[in-house]
Design a protein around this ligand. Structure first.
Ligand code: GZL
Length: 326
């Protein structure tokens, strides 16, 4: 009876929400022994869309009901969604925090309701580690270091004494933005050849990546720009569009380093238009659902799970079939 009342409350609450939610398929949810409440942060990039597909496929294969709510880049919609999952009394809450701060209250509500929380893809800055059960996602700091270490290797092959570097960042206060920046800066830190001239935010969006490229070209001129380090492929592809419109040869006149590994970016690497693609897998669904299974079975889970990741770059044999984007 209690679950029915909660179901009605949750559906009423979900029905009043303005976001473009994927309304829960109550048939699937009612027929599943385990229901996962999933707050996805948006659909800002190919990575995010692939990540959502991974979660939906893995939930289906695990036989779990997935109640997914897309927040369309709004933190307050993620908080509303998590509150509706609590009202419904889902078995596990999974979410990808759009930014690291502002989650204490809602996570305390989930904790008080006795619902475990899995952080997927991005971290939170809570001082209290007990507010979430486990994190599954990339080691973004390592990704940043790989980008910097590639640049050192690339610079060693170029007959240049100094390199002016421009960074195009992802969403401010997000874990990938913060740690991809820190890892990159730490990797190139004491190399006197490198001069990080500017760092501007493109919010992980292709359109904003193009706008950032136009701003940098207007402010500094193409001859000043030796390297662009972009925090995701969507922004990098926006940069590519602008450079080519202006007759600048990306990958040749300007070294381009990007992160994610979507097919369009890897194809641009193969075409010599991007120099390095740091991999960041969106396929986190299977790991998340395995954690859900373990939690429901009362098994211990580790606090952090990182997927294996590497890079594709212009030092590789790009004809190798393993060099492929998602
Ligand atoms: C990384 C993920 C980032 C991707 C972007 O795990 O959070 O968000 O790099 C996406 O493409 O927008």
């Amino acid at each position: 009876m209690k679950k029915i009342i909660c179901l009605v409350a949750a559906i009423l609450l979900l029905a009043t929400m303005t976001s473009c939610a994927n309304q829960p398929d109550t048939d699937i949810i009612n027929s599943s022994s385990v229901v996962v409440g999933f707050s996805q942060l948006g659909a800002e990039s190919s990575w995010r869309i692939a990540n959502t597909e991974s979660m939906e496929k893995a939930a289906k294969e695990a036989g779990f009901g997935l109640m997914m709510e897309n927040a369309n880049q709004k933190q307050e919609k993620q908080i509303d969604a998590i509150r509706s999952f609590i009202a419904y009394q889902v078995d596990v809450i999974v979410f990808s925090p759009i930014v690291e701060s502002g989650w204490d209250n809602i996570l305390n509500e989930a904790s008080n309701a006795g619902i475990p929380v899995i952080l997927m893809d991005r971290m939170i800055s809570n001082s209290d580690d007990n507010l979430y059960t486990t994190y599954v996602g990339a080691d973004f700091y390592a990704e940043g270091r790989r980008a910097g270490e590639y640049l050192i290797r690339k610079a060693d092959t170029m007959n240049k004494e100094t390199f002016n570097i421009f960074e195009i960042c992802g969403t401010v206060d997000s874990t990938p933005m913060r740690e991809r920046q820190q890892g990159f800066m730490d990797a190139i830190g004491d190399d006197p050849r490198f001069n990080v001239v500017d760092s501007i935010c493109g919010d992980f969006l292709r359109s904003m990546g193009g706008e950032c490229a136009e701003l940098l070209l207007e402010k500094y001129g193409e001859n000043m720009i030796d390297v662009i380090y972009s925090h995701n492929d969507s922004m990098t592809l926006g940069v590519l569009d602008v450079l080519e419109q202006r007759g600048i040869r990306p990958g040749k006149d300007i070294v381009l380093i990007t992160v994610d590994g979507e097919k369009e970016a890897v194809d641009a690497l193969k075409a010599g238009k991007i120099n390095c693609v740091v991999q960041c897998t969106p396929d986190l669904g299977p790991a998340v659902m395995e954690l859900v299974r373990k939690l429901k079975a009362g098994e211990q889970v580790s606090k952090i799970t990182h997927p294996e990741e590497g890079i594709f770059c212009d030092f590789d044999d790009l004809s190798n079939p393993a060099v492929e984007g998602f």
